[in-house]
Design a binder for this molecule. Structure first.
Ligand code: AKG
Ligand code: FE2
Length: 276
């Protein structure tokens, strides 16, 4: 069965994740390169995770840290001058609730889909990442230009593989908050297009073919690492623009844990050039 082209103006279909992916869910992800699961976690759990993250954030800022395990943090400033982390890394190594959440049995279904021998690498690459976008003065992370996540594999001298990026939403993310825009099916391109379709991170222009992924707090989204995507800037500002999404570190192959002596990967110099 071939699936139809997705409308660029209407929300794409979304799903509920059970113990296993259904054939339909698998086909959707394989075909379009992304999928959204509604209500992965109930509101009470989302609130607990948010509270723990806010504690971790205060702790990291109070310690004056600018990086964790060699990975730079993006730090913003609120109106009152206090600072907050806008790209937190290795978050689950600082909080027992986040760590416990990653052990949820339903992540097994996703690891199975990812491929043989996948694990959640809490101390690998960037660990559990929490992006925290705000649209206001003092915010250092308001949008992210077009890119493929698999570019990182190239910098790590690894063959771009079928890498799944699993996002868990801590805030509602309607279109007014900006959020993820994807070019469906671009995960099936060759390596040349993966590298050159757009200028990585520099280009923020809307694409006529792009689709917005909207989500609610507690939802889970998955996109293929080879899919072209960007994060649009919110059209609203201040508290109304706050958008926090956690990304899970799915890894396979040999275990490569990082620690405080780990060097900063070259990839982050590229991001820095683009302003984040
Ligand atoms: O914040 C998001 O939802 C997506 C972020 C993203 O694409 C990335 O960090 O590579
Ligand atoms: Fe990305």
């Amino acid at each position: 069965m071939t699936l139809p082209a997705l409308s660029t103006t209407e929300a794409p279909p979304s799903f509920e994740l059970g113990e296993r992916f259904t054939a339909e869910q698998r086909e959707f992800l394989d075909h379009y390169g992304f999928i959204r699961f509604r209500h992965f976690a109930p509101p009470a759990l989302v609130a607990e995770l948010r509270a723990e993250l806010e504690d971790i954030d205060r702790r990291i800022v109070a310690e004056g840290r600018s990086q964790i395990n060699g990975v730079p943090l993006i730090i913003g400033t609120r109106r009152d001058g206090s600072r907050y982390v806008q790209r937190m890394v290795f978050a689950s190594t600082f909080g027992p609730k986040l760590h416990a959440f990653l052990q949820d049995e339903r992540f097994r279904a996703i690891l199975e889909i990812a491929g043989d021998d996948y694990r959640i690498g809490e101390r690998e690459r960037d660990g559990l990442v929490v992006n925290h976008y705000r649209h206001e003065e003092g915010s250092a992370y308001q949008k992210l230009g077009w890119h493929t996540d698999s570019l990182r594999d190239v910098f790590y001298f690894e063959k771009p593989r079928r890498y799944l990026n699993v996002g868990f939403y801590l805030d509602d993310s309607p279109k007014t908050k900006g959020g993820v825009r994807v070019l469906p099916r671009t995960h099936e391109q060759g390596i040349w297009s993966m590298l050159t379709r757009k200028m990585h991170f520099m280009n923020h222009d809307p694409d006529p073919e792009e689709i917005a992924i909207e989500a609610e707090a507690g939802d889970l989204t998955i996109h293929d690492g080879r899919l072209w995507h960007r994060v649009a800037q919110a059209t609203v500002t201040g508290d109304a623009s706050q958008r926090r999404v956690m990304y899970l570190p799915l890894m396979n192959g040999p275990l490569k844990p990082k620690d405080e002596s780990s060097p900063t990967p070259f990839y982050f110099h590229l991001r820095k050039l683009a302003g984040y």
